[in-house]
Design a protein around this ligand. Structure first.
Ligand SMILES: [Zn+2]
Length: 159
């Protein structure tokens, strides 16, 4: 039986190299390419995440990358779409925090299918005509991280 009074002090973690408030539950997105945290903020729709507290750190020093961005999100676990993140940059380190501790570091991969994240720009594509259709892209070349529209097979440029 566990003793309820035995509340171990939160461990320091490698992502807490900057002194901002600790997260009790949520995500720490580490090793974001310097300058791209705003893009990630938009893609993940963090501004619309109800009740979430978000801290963004830009151009932090990194031994691995020189400079990096970092996003800390205090929110219920499960609120963030890791597929979207895997699509944007699968080199981002995801730390899932629960009860003040890192519970999981899921490995990101480019998702096989992405839905309503990017839009097909082919004017002849059915998604341009039928507005209510989902914009679905399928990973067609994993090494090149190349996606094609499910409907017209147009390649997506300009990630
Ligand atoms: Zn299309």
């Amino acid at each position: 039986m566990s003793n309820p009074n035995q509340n171990p002090a939160p461990q320091d973690t490698d992502c807490d190299d900057l002194s901002i408030s600790r997260i009790h539950e949520g995500y720490v997105l580490d090793h974001i390419k310097a300058g791209s945290s705003m893009k990630i903020y938009d893609f993940l729709k963090l501004g619309k995440l109800e009740g979430a507290a978000i801290a963004m750190i830009m151009n932090a020093k990194s031994s691995k990358m020189g400079k990096k961005d970092l996003i800390k999100i205090e929110c219920p676990v499960g609120s963030i779409d890791l597929d979207v993140l895997g699509y944007i940059d699968h080199n981002i380190t995801v730390n899932i925090i629960k009860d003040n501790e890192i519970k999981e570091k899921p490995k990101l991969r480019p998702p096989k299918v992405i839905k309503n994240i990017i839009r097909c720009t082919n004017p002849r594509c059915i998604t341009s005509i039928e507005q209510e259709l989902d914009h679905i892209f399928v990973l067609n070349d994993e090494a090149k991280e190349q996606y094609r529209c499910k409907y017209c097979e147009a390649r997506y440029h300009g990630k």
